[in-house]
Ligand binder design. Sequence first.
Ligand code: SF4
Ligand code: SF4
Length: 353
Amino acid sequence: MAIMTRDFNSVDLSDPKAAALAVKRKALEMGADVVGIGNIERWANAPLQMDPKQIMPECKSIIGMVFRVERGSLRGIEEGTFFSNYSAMGYGGLTYLYMPMTVINLSKFIEDQGYEAIPMGHQSDWRAISNNGELKANFSRPARPGQARPDIMIHLRVAAYLCGLGEIGFSKMFLSPQFGPRCRVGIVLTDVELEPDPIYDGPQLCNRCMACVKACPGACFDPEKTIKVNLAGHEVEWADIDITKCAITFSGTKYTGVVQEDPYLRGNPNDTVPGEWSPFRHKPVNLYQSGQAVCGARGCTRACMISLESRGVLQNTFKEKFRRRPVWSVDWNTPDENVTDLKFTEEKKNEAD
Ligand code: SF4
Ligand code: SF4
C-alpha cells in the first residue's frame, strides 16, 4: 500500500467564473456561513499600512467569509447567568480556532491547484498600527524603502464590505444580511483571478436607529462624531467609536478615579470596580486569548441585533424573539444575596431524571 496524499491540480481555476464558484462551494463546505469575492482593484485607495498588495503584490482577489456568532451563544449573558460562552465560543474560540481552520483549509485547496493563497483571520497583535489607527511608536521599520511597516493590517470589516457581504453599521460593526452584527470575518488573499461579487445593495440594514448608542454601557459612541470613508467609490460613514473606552468597558471594568483596596482589575490600574453590567467581583481570565467580553456586546451586537430582527431585515430568523425578560443590572452597592442551593436535592434529582 502506497502513501496517500491530496489530489493536486485536480480543479482548473483558470476561468474566473468557474473558479469563483468552486472556491465558494469549498468555503461553505469548510465552515464559512457566507462567502463573497472582491477584486484587488477595490483596494486601490487603501492606505499603505492596510494595503493587501503590500503583503501579496500579485494578489488578484480577496475571498471574504462571514462566520456567525450563534444567537444562543449570547443567551447566557442576556439572562445574566452564563458569560463565558460568548467569550469562548462567539469571540476567542471562533476568532482563534474555528475561523483559522476554515481559511487555512480553503487556502490549501487553492494551493493544491497551483496558486498562492494567504489565510487570514485576526492577527492584530503584531500589527504596526494601534487600535486608533496610529503608528505604534518604536515598533517596527520598513524592511525595504517605501514599503509598509510590519505588520500591515487588512481591515477585515472593510474587506467584508468590499467582498459584497453586507454593510458597515453606524456602530462600525460589520452587518451581514444573514446575521446582522452577530458575525466575524475571515479572508483569503490569492493570485487566482476570481469573478467578483457586486458591493452589497440589498435591503438597508443600518437605519441609524441608534439602539447601539443607547445600550452601550460605556457610552463609547458620540452620535455627533462620525468618520466618512470612500470604499471603491461608495461613501460609507460610521460613528467614531472610542476604542479605548470600549476596550475597558467590554471587560466589565469601571474606572472610579479613587484607589480601591481590591480593584476589579487586579493590580494596576488600581481604581477599578465592576460596572453594573458585570456580575463578577474581579475581571475573569481571558478565554482563547482575547475572550473577555463581559459586556456581551450589549449595545453594538445585542441591541443592534434586536433592532434588526424586529425590523425583519435579517435572513437568519428565529421562532422566538431574543429579548424575553427586562435587561438586568447589578447593584454593587447592595449586599450579596446568600444563595446556598448548591446541591441537587432528592426532589430536584428526580425532576432531572
Ligand atoms: S443599532 Fe441601529 S444604528 Fe446601530 S448599527 Fe445597528 S442598525 Fe445601525
Ligand atoms: S463591546 Fe460593549 S462597550 Fe464596546 S461598543 Fe460594544 S456595547 Fe459598547
